[in-house]
Design a protein around this ligand. Structure first.
Ligand code: 6GU
Length: 233
């Protein structure tokens, strides 16, 4: 799985990319993340990438030239043209189903905006898929791009061990239930014990307890998940 991140702030990604699970996946050749600085495609001696909006208004917009030319230069670097995502709070909201679909693409290009966003002609010319990670406003697309990489990478075969397989995750395909509570040692901490059934060795009883706990917490916290239909379908 190859990710190409196009951003004005590639440094934001360095700590994240050096972190355990992702670093391991990169070292094992399962994942490749290429960072590209949009400013490298800026023209003129000041390498400007942003300017004020025509018609007035607050903030600065990323000019079409650097963004469009960056994508046009990076896209042919691999045989797979991949899926081009533009990160914006105006995009389609990311969910587990979208992450699963993206994990099949082989390659994802992530175009990160800062300031007040991109000149409209970036979208008109590149026709990217516009993606949001939720209904709140971030200062830029970088944290959203990391979120997408993080959600997708753990679905790439081989990235997670068998032990931590993603198939039973709360939101894996068709699974619209939260996970049950879990306990580890010590058996007592500050006067709080562990449900007796989990210490019983009775595996049918343990499975039944976990199912009930998962159902109860889903009802209490996320009743919206229990409707008979996925609202994204
Ligand atoms: Cl993708 N970008 C920005 N700037 N804000 C967001 C977002 C993206 N998703 C939610 N909020």
């Amino acid at each position: 799985m190859r990710f190409d991140v196009l951003t004005l702030f590639p440094e934001i990604f360095s700590g994240y990319l050096g972190q355990s699970l992702l670093k391991l996946a990169i070292d094992r050749g399962l994942v490749d993340v290429q960072l590209h600085n949009i400013r490298d495609w800026a023209k003129g001696k000041h390498h400007n990438v942003d300017d004020r909006p025509f018609g007035g208004g607050p903030g600065m917009l990323i000019m079409p030239g650097p963004a469009v030319e960056a994508v046009e230069a990076v896209r042919p670097q691999s045989d797979n043209p991949g899926r081009l995502l533009l990160l914006t709070p105006q995009g389609r909201r990311l969910d587990q189903r979208m992450a699963e679909d993206l994990s099949q693409a082989g390659r994802i290009l992530l175009l990160c905006g800062r300031y007040e966003g991109f000149d409209q002609r970036v979208t008109d010319l590149l026709e990217p898929e516009e993606v949001s990670i939720g209904d709140y406003v971030l200062n830029g697309g970088e944290v959203a791009a990391m979120t997408i990489i993080d959600a997708v990478v753990r679905l790439v075969p081989g990235v997670l061990g068998d032990e931590e397989s993603s198939v039973q995750d709360s939101f894996s395909r068709g699974n619209r239930i939260l996970e049950h509570a879990q306990y580890t040692r010590p058996r007592e901490y500050r006067g709080l014990g562990v449900p007796e059934v989990l210490l019983s060795g009775n595996h049918p009883d343990i499975a039944a307890w976990r199912e009930r706990d998962a159902r109860e917490r889903t009802e209490q916290r996320r009743g919206d998940l229990l409707g008979d239909k996925d609202p994204s379908e």
